[in-house]
Design a protein around this ligand. Structure first.
Ligand code: ADP
Length: 169
């Protein structure tokens, strides 16, 4: 994958694991977009204190959706998952301490039945096939997913929030 020039000094697009430069890939899925939940989901990460470093909308090709969910290709719901994803999504990259694990915790369990009520899925979703958001489940996934959804140099921004030291230190 093409790396942004701003990351030339780090290992890759997901920053450095275990530091406050760690990054995760979050994607508001088509049901989240069409229900008007983009702002609410973004807001939850902003208010938590994480730093937004990339954001866009995209109509994923079948190939992109298949690549993103390649691990699930033998599941019976794979074709419908790929079809659903092609409706349009909003990929986002967040940066900050422990953002991969804490981002997953903010999403809640995959199945809304198991998602705690304070989580995004617990608050907004009732169906496993319409669970509104994706989040990287490991550093390796974050590296792969940020690279595939934001492949161009210059798509990730580098900046220091004024309150950063009061949030991450
Ligand atoms: P997560 O999104 O929490 O990482 P998985 O990687 O297991 O979960 O699954 C990816 C996505 O596939 C889920 O978010 C969900 O949209 C869909 N999915 C998972 N299990 C099912 C299922 N049993 N039926 C329909 N869709 C499913």
């Amino acid at each position: 994958t093409t790396q942004s020039p701003i990351l030339a000094d780090s290992k890759g697009v997901a920053g450095v694991k275990g530091t406050d430069s760690e990054r995760t890939f979050i994607m508001i899925k088509p049901d989240g977009v069409q229900r008007g939940l983009i702002g609410k989901i973004i807001n939850r990460f902003e208010e938590r204190g994480y730093k937004l470093v990339a954001l866009k909308t995209v109509a994923p090709s079948k190939e992109m959706a298949e690549r993103h969910y390649a691990d699930l290709k033998n599941k019976p719901f794979f074709p419908s998952l790929v079809e659903y994803m092609s409706n349009g999504a909003a990929p986002v990259v967040w940066e900050g301490s422990d953002v991969i694990r804490q981002g997953r915790a903010m999403l809640g369990a995959t199945s809304p039945l198991d998602a705690a009520s304070g989580t995004l899925r617990g608050q907004y979703c009732v169906s496993i096939g319409r669970n509104a958001i994706h989040g990287s489940d490991s550093f390796e996934s974050a590296e792969k997913e940020i690279g595939m959804w934001f492949p161009q140099a210059g798509e990730l921004i580098s900046w220091t929030p004024a309150i950063w030291n009061w949030v991450m230190s």
